[in-house]
Design a protein around this ligand. Sequence first.
Ligand SMILES: [Zn+2]
Ligand SMILES: [Zn+2]
Length: 303
Amino acid sequence: MLQLNQSSKSNVLPFKDVTDSKKESYDWFLAIPFLVMQFVPFLAFFTGISAAALVLCGILYVVRMFAITLGYHRYFAHRSYKMNRVVQFLVALIGVTSAQKGPLWWASHHRLHHKYADTDLDIHSPKRGFFWSHIGWIISKRFKQTDYSLIKDFSKFKELVFLNRFQIVFPVLLGILCFLLMGLRGLVVGFGLSTVLLWHGTFAINSIAHKFGRRRYATKDTSKNSFILAVITMGEGWHNNHHNYPYSAKLGESFCEIDFGYYMLLIAKKIGLVKDIRLPLVGAFKARRINLTASTKELTINN
Ligand SMILES: [Zn+2]
Ligand SMILES: [Zn+2]
């Protein structure tokens, strides 16, 4: 049943014409519901907003953002710490309800972003404009499939391939659950609003974090650090730090660089859910620092 025949050979990259927008065609079967979903939160003008629905919205945003940053990004894309197969599945399950496609699709494409960042082969290159880097590449036919050859380390787990292939089922089930819990307000505010906010929070790292912000490291790409993006994405806003040492589970470098994802990871480590957290040796990157006034003290590997 769960064959990997969608992509037994690499069908995603390299594309020599990735910056050529004239050749792009969009997957309207995906794009239309995606675009319609943007307007669902406005139905709150008709359904009204309750405190309970707002609390549900907040919980679903925070929990699912943690699953995206710690699960989809820091774990599946970068393997920056370890967890057992059951916890790995549960994190992927929460992540897949955020309607950002499956964990293997997300992580494999993100690996390509790091490999080709800001070159003509970057899948969401800022060179093609804000719309492309924020949304366009996701609804493009070109990047619809999962290239399992790019993520063999996780595609060996059948339960992850299952989540990846049937990814659309899980956000739909969550939406139904919210409706059963709180009626239309639960569906529109609890599920709809939190999902749309999650999308744009995550997508902003691909678009805004390669355009606006400060650079600490002279990386070859245009990645930037942003406090505001770090707060709304649980730490992902320290994108320039991340491009400098992508294997690290810790994205915020100094005390002021808030990284809720990393703090959550420390708690998870305390209760035995994760281990072998990888950290950067900050001093080792001294030569790449643009501003050398910050501390260059070494961090220890927190195993
Ligand atoms: Zn990036
Ligand atoms: Zn990354």
